[in-house]
Each structure stands twice: as C-alpha cells, then as structure tokens.
Design a protein around this ligand. Structure first.
Ligand SMILES: [Fe+2]
Ligand SMILES: [Fe+2]
Length: 325
C-alpha cells in the first residue's frame, strides 16, 4: 500500500514544492492546524510534515495534540521550519517531534529523510501487531480444553464493552480486548491434570493455579508490544478489598484495565457451566457481582456493567463474538 503523507503548511508555494517532490506517495494537505487534526483522525496518515509557524493553531500545538493522543502518538512528525535556533528545535524534540526539515527544501534530502522515517514506522507497526498475533494463537489453542473453550474470547467481549462504557480516554479498547484474550495465558504452564481436574483442588494445586497471572506476565514480557497490557494480566485476580493475588493490591492501586478484566472474567465464569454447578443466568450472575461489589470488584464498574446488561442478552452476544486481529 502506498504510504499516506499529510503536509500541513499555510504557504501554498511550500505545499506545491513538497507535493511535487513526494508525488510517489498518497498526499493529503492542510493549510491550518484544525483541518490537519481532522484529516489525521479520518485518514491515520503514515507520516506528517508540519509547519511550525501557522496562524491559529500553530505547529507546536498540533504536535502536542498528536503526541498526547494514544491513537496518533506513533505517527512520525517532521517539522518544517525556517528557524535554525537550536532552542526551538530542542523544544520541539521534547514535545515528540521525530525530525526537522529546514526551508528552503532540498528535494533529495526530503525524500531520503521521509523514506528513513517510514522504514521506522513500518517496523513499529509490525511490533504493534505482535500482541494481536499472540492473542490469535491463544484463541486457537483455548478451544482444546472443553472446560475453558472460548473463555478468553467471551471475556474479551465483556471487557471491551465495559471499557467503552467507562471512558474513551483512560482505557484503550483494542488493548483491553487483547489483554482479555491473553489474561489466562499463564495456564499454558500449569499441568494439564490440574487445569482439567473436575474434583476439588488440594491446597497445593490451588497454589499452583494461583501462579497463572505471574506466569502470564512472564510469558507476555518476552513479546514486544505487550508492555501496556502486562499490568492488567498480572492483576486480574486482585480484589478491591486487597485480599486478592498476586500482590494484594486494593482499590485504585489496581490498574483500571485489571479491574475491568476482573469483572468480565468473573461474569463469564459465573455464566458458564462447571463440573460442580450449572451455569448461572445473566440476572443471577449480576446479583452475585452486586453482592460482592466493593469487596471483590470495583463498585462503580460493577454498576456500569449492570447498566450495560440492561435489556441485553450479553451472554448470547459474547457466544457469537469473533474478535478482530
Ligand atoms: Fe485468571
Ligand atoms: Fe479467566
């Protein structure tokens, strides 16, 4: 696919020179900061050439918005400047600028620098795909155990829905889905005889089971691109009152993603059949969540999960959910 480049410059002559130099790419253009931000959100360009001096929202402000937004911060930004001042450049690097282009432009240098930044971006995109690959792999092997078949997939559905309801800022929904698909990956290291046991576990076996969040953390830590979701996996069995494991975190000490995951995980466990009990209905499972809100789970998030379930058969939706990778 031809890389998309957004050129933001209020000087029409500069726009023209850059468009001509970069005609091998798919070019988008803007002459002011506001239009640039609209194009960035709609088109997700692979690289942005950004003039610093513009009327209204200037290049520094646009740069800050891009680099402080989780969904755009990975896009390389090359600032266009006629300023040679080192202080101005340092200030821009601190704000996250990836490179500079000084006017007047040398077409060969412009092309060389852009190809270099695009190579780095392509590599970063590949690394960002790794957790998806891992999650897809885990999804394929979870069906081997009839007791837990599709548990990760359904948990991913509930967790992503709850994350969307909670906020569009604090939790990245896509990462939430991946974390949920991977949350029990640590079970891969637990003996099958314990994992598939249908009679009560001994104390020793229970201790072994309780190692799965830390084992999951260690497995994920070996894969690039998983840094963000690792705390959620490690802490998905913490309790709001601090009596959970592995670290006994309480309340707000537990990462938001782990608090979401914990509710989604429990709801799926409750609404699926176990060898020692039948599956609870959605209504029965919600009552159990509410009864333990504030002890086991974040009470605000339980309330939001109940709102989410109102008038909806969440279990039916989760059963047909096919996560995108
Ligand atoms: Fe777990
Ligand atoms: Fe689980």
């Amino acid at each position: 696919m031809v890389p998309k480049i957004l050129i933001v410059d209020d000087t029409i002559t500069n726009l023209g020179i850059l468009k001509k130099t970069l005609k091998e790419f798919s070019i988008f253009e803007a002459t002011d900061g506001r239009t640039a931000l609209k194009i960035i959100n709609a088109e997700h360009p692979d690289l942005i050439l950004l003039d610093i001096m513009m009327p209204g929202v200037d290049g520094h402000s646009v740069l800050s918005i891009i680099k402080n937004n989780e969904s755009t911060r990975h896009i390389p930004v090359m600032l266009i400047t006629s300023l040679d001042g080192i202080e101005d450049k340092l200030r821009s690097f601190e704000k996250g600028a990836d490179d500079f282009l000084t006017k007047p432009f040398n077409p060969l240098e412009v092309k060389a620098r852009i190809h270099s930044l695009l190579r780095v971006k392509a590599l970063q995109d590949e690394i960002a795909r790794i957790p998806f690959t891992l999650a897809s792999f885990v999804g394929r092997i979870e069906i081997r155990n009839p007791l837990t078949a599709r548990h990760g997939t359904r948990t991913a559905f509930y967790a992503e829905q709850l994350a969307k309801k909670i906020s569009h800022q604090t939790t990245d929904h896509e990462r939430m889905r991946i974390a949920a698909l991977l949350h029990d990956i640590g079970y891969l290291e637990i003996n099958d005889l314990i994992r598939k046991k249908t009679t009560p576990l001994t104390d020793e076996e229970l201790l072994e089971i309780k190692t799965h969040p830390v084992r999951g953390t260690d497995i994920c830590a070996a894969w690039p691109g998983t840094k963000y979701i690792i705390p959620w996996i490690r802490h998905h069995h913490e309790r709001y009152d601090g009596f959970g494991y592995p670290d006994g975190l309480a309340g707000a000490e537990i990462p938001i993603g782990a608090r979401i995951l914990s509710i989604a995980d429990a709801f799926d466990a409750l609404t699926t059949e176990r060898p020692y009990r039948k599956a609870y209905t959605q209504a029965e499972a919600l009552v159990i969540l509410l009864e333990n809100a504030g002890n086991q789970w974040d009470p605000d998030y339980v309330a939001l999960f109940c709102e989410l379930a109102e008038g909806t058969d969440l279990c039916a939706e989760a059963n047909v959910f096919q996560p995108e990778f």
